[in-house]
Write a protein that binds this ligand. Sequence first.
Ligand code: KG4
Ligand code: ZN
Length: 342
Amino acid sequence: MPILLALETSCDESAVAIVTRQNDTTTVLSSLIISQVAEHSQWGGVVPEIASRRHLEAIPVLIAQAFAQAKCNFHHLSGIAATVTPGLSGSLLVGSITARTLARLHRLPFIGIHHIEGHLSSIQLGDSLPCYPFLVLLVSGGHTELIRVNCTGSYVKLGRSHDDAVGEAFDKVARLLKLPYPGGPSIQRIARSGDGSRFILPKGRISLANGGFHPYDFSFSGLKTSILRVIQELQRKNFTVPKADIAASFEQTVAELLVERTCKCAIDQKLSSIVLVGGVAANRRLRALMEKSATNKGLKTYLAPLEYCTDNAAMIGVAGLDKLEKFPKGSPTHISVVARLD
Ligand code: KG4
Ligand code: ZN
């Protein structure tokens, strides 16, 4: 029965998990996170220098706590996994150097994980698993992608954002509305009391040379600009800005465009299952609309469990278990961190 220690330090969450798998059932023995959100929120976004310093302080503490919670130690481990790309270089280095050093000290395989593969793996922590092939909508602070998954490790990118990632759009619109960082949860909170049909906003599309539109690609910059215009126009007329209505209209527009394009892509590609993962997959309006619309079209939906949508180390552990099965010796030890990788 393999047991993995997993570290995630790609951005502003320091996370450690211990996971195990028996007969295809993955169990999270411990999953701990120290969030740096409060510290970064005063700057309106993540400050890379602060992020790596906080990871350095948090990771050793979290490893000790995770072992205590999982009631195990280094002797029980089959390997150590860490995110190596993409993310903030300094932050990635803290997690990956810690993992590589510990792996070498304890003569364990080190497993380098692509953060996005981690998000894709988070679906394995849900109640039921989709059958291959399936379509993934990955929505996070750095990515908005439609990916066809043929089997573990075989991915085809079918759609993407040409400008902001959808999580980034949530964060920027929250800033326009003077709501705290991170924007996603702030917008969701205030949108609950708003009217999502009050403002008609554009569902940005990417033009093709033949005059049509790319069916599965996204653009969020126009949506963000139209919200800025709405706010400026209201302020010019000395009206109060109806934050809840704007937040709800933005959330509704984003949910609709994501769901419409994802369902179309699944139907066109003859894929009967849709998987929703990533930080924005925690959005309740998006989750509800995806389930309802996909079900109406005869498609099955698999939503990442709420606690494993935003960055966590359990998903890195699951991806690590998959990789260790294929490559029992782990990753090459000279593997380096890479800030950006497609
Ligand atoms: O996956 P994640 O934790 O980190 C990245 O890999 O980027 O995603 C973070 C993003 C942030 O932009 C945050 O605003 C957004 O996910 N987010 C949400 C919600 N919770 C987090 N967006 C919409 N609704 C939410 N409830
Ligand atoms: Zn992430």
